[in-house]
Design a protein around this ligand. Structure first.
Ligand SMILES: Nc1ncnc2c1ncn2[C@@H]1O[C@H](COP(=O)(O)OP(=O)(O)OP(=O)(O)O)[C@@H](O)[C@H]1O
Ligand SMILES: [Mg+2]
Length: 252
């Protein structure tokens, strides 16, 4: 059996007594795309925060490439090759598309590497490759603030790619996207999956169907169900969680 790239074992996280993650087990194999679903407040973003060391687990352990990183500082975890795109955009608006990517390419070298003024040949090649992958080649010298919403999201995915990490975590990459942009994003993620392991948080069923990947469902800090999209859809607990949510929305 292949060793997991990321393995979360019995992780519990509380914020001032509120249990945001409750004894969560979660594991992802190298080369896998995994979707993380769950209603608002389920703990999805917190799980990502815990992996990158932004939030500390009260209990449990997190292994990356077999190494326990539960106590590793956040800046070192990034250096190990875990990169996360946050739910809220982190693009630098006044820099051009290319400059944003160059910055990420440098950052992946750690603090000292990022002080270097010039990019290595390898970094420059990587930036051009990423520009192509995220379909922003023609907008390379445009300031990021002039990009359309969907393009900004792609630039952010590009910034993660420029750092070339083995594990990529994307928190709601299709938020606010049109149907067309969402479909393009699914294609982009499948393309990226050839070289990276990817965890995607998303709610959009059309997008999830397009990705054709296994799904894990979190609910109130607990891992409710895992499996293929069909298994998860037919799970009674998942149905009641989502039906309950739809009822709430209807009353809102
Ligand atoms: N730093 C924090 N301090 C206190 N409570 C927090 C903190 N971060 C998250 N929480 C709480 O933990 C719970 C889980 O939050 P989290 O952001 O992980 O949910 P989520 O599944 O990502 O939801 P959404 O779909 O809305 O993004 C929520 O009730 C949230 O209010
Ligand atoms: Mg979230």
């Amino acid at each position: 059996m292949t060793e997991a790239l990321l393995e979360i074992k019995g992780v519990t996280v509380s914020f001032d007594g509120f249990v945001a993650l409750n004894n969560v087990n979660f594991s992802v194999k190298p080369g896998e795309v995994r979707i993380l679903m769950g209603p608002n407040g389920a703990g999805k973003s917190t799980l990502m925060d815990t992996v990158i060391g932004k939030v500390r687990a009260d209990q449990g352990q997190i292994f990356f490439q077999g190494k326990d990183i539960s106590r590793t500082p956040e800046y070192r975890i990034t250096g190990l090759g875990i990169c996360r795109k946050f739910q809220t955009p982190g693009v630098l608006e006044n820099l051009t598309v290319k400059e944003n990517l160059e910055l990420s390419a440098r950052k992946s070298k750690g603090f000292w590497g990022s002080l270097k003024t010039r990019l290595s040949k390898e970094e420059t090649d990587r930036v051009s490759e990423v520009l192509k992958k995220v379909r922003l080649q023609e907008k390379a010298v445009m300031q990021a603030r002039h990009l359309a919403h969907g393009e900004k999201q792609w630039l952010e995915i590009g910034m993660v790619l420029a750092a070339n990490p083995p594990l990529i975590m994307l928190d709601e990459p299709t938020a606010g996207m049109t149907v067309q942009e969402t479909a393009l994003t699914a294609a982009l993620i499948q393309e990226l999956a050839k070289e990276h392991t990817i965890i995607v948080i998303d709610h959009d069923m059309t997008f999830i169907e397009l990705l054709q990947a296994d799904v894990s469902v979190l609910h109130m800090g607990k891992m409710l169900c895992e499996g293929t999209l069909n298994t998860v859809r037919n799970n009674e607990e998942v149905q009641s969680v989502y039906l309950g949510r739809h009822k709430e929305e209807a009353h809102a």
